[in-house]
Design a protein around this ligand. Structure first.
Ligand code: ATP
Ligand code: MG
Length: 254
């Protein structure tokens, strides 16, 4: 792999995917995909619609089983872990779904309490739920929305609440699937700034799937282009956006 940023190359690897294969019948989606995510890094994955980005992330969080290849989270091969060990590891990974996926019948407060109850083992029994909910909402500037229902929120506010719900579990790694899609450019920029603030405050490592070239430019330390089922091109935004490879060039022309 190609590193300009030697600081990152020297830090701990928190996620590693090696030679990942996944097919549906005779449709080969992933054909040997590789990826490394370092501590504190913002890694952006770009690829055409249907190239397999969501399939890759689903294999990573265990929603889908790969045909072959290895996936390691904090140096643990997840295919070799039992359920309990896997659950502990999962509590360290926050997943911000495309859309937001808030529970429509719950208030903002209840939406944030929900993952806390699910992963209660991660916290001791005396955890002050109220304090954690307020702190998570403070991080996204939305304490005032605590008693609102999701349909009373704008698209950008929903995305913020979803980010707060991810942050409340204090994840070490955050996976973002299209964090700015469907938002106007100004709101998209606000979400990107929030993502950067979170990264700085908690030193989280982030994997960001996006179609948004502006988002990639601003946030990425490194990028991977997923083309033909593999990590076709790896490098900084500058390296990839000035590449002469026709398949890579096609991305930045849009
Ligand atoms: N459960 C499934 N069964 C069969 N085919 C699937 C399944 N899930 C995904 N696919 C196929 O795998 C390919 C990759 O899908 P994927 O959702 O990963 O694309 P993507 O890169 O996330 O695209 P987008 O940018 O539109 O979100 C598609 O051709 C899709 O039809
Ligand atoms: Mg997708």
């Amino acid at each position: 792999m190609n590193y300009n940023n030697t600081n990152i190359a020297n830090t701990k690897v928190v996620l590693e995917i090696k030679d990942l294969h996944k097919s549906f019948g005779d449709k080969h989606v992933l054909n040997g995909f590789n990826m490394l995510l370092h501590q504190g890094e913002n890694l952006v994955i770009m690829g055409k619609s249907g190239s397999g980005k969501s399939v890759m992330i689903k294999c990573l969080v265990g929603l889908m089983e790969a045909d072959s290849g290895t996936i390691s989270v904090m140096q643990n091969d997840i295919t070799k872990l039992n359920q309990e060990a896997l659950d502990i590891l999962r509590a360290d990974i926050g997943f911000l779904f495309q859309g937001s996926a808030l529970y429509d019948s719950m208030t903002v407060r209840e939406n944030l309490e929900f993952p806390l109850r699910r992963h209660i083992k991660k916290f001791n029994k005396t955890v002050d739920t109220e304090k954690l909910v307020i702190e998570a909402l403070e991080n996204v500037g939305l304490v005032s929305a605590i008693n609102l229902m999701p349909d009373e929120l704008s698209g950008g506010m929903k995305r913020r609440v979803a980010l707060a719900r991810t942050l409340i579990l204090q994840p070490k790694i955050i996976l973002y699937d299209e964090p700015t899609s469907g938002l106007d450019p100004i709101t998209a920029k606000e979400i990107i700034i929030l993502m950067q603030e979170v990264q700085k405050k908690y030193n989280t490592s982030s994997l960001i799937i996006t179609h948004d070239v502006d988002c990639a430019r601003v946030i990425s330390d490194r990028m991977i282009l997923l083309i033909d089922g593999i990590d076709y091109a790896v490098g900084t935004f500058k390296e990839l956006s000035t590449s002469q490879d026709p398949k890579v060039k096609a991305f930045f022309k849009q």
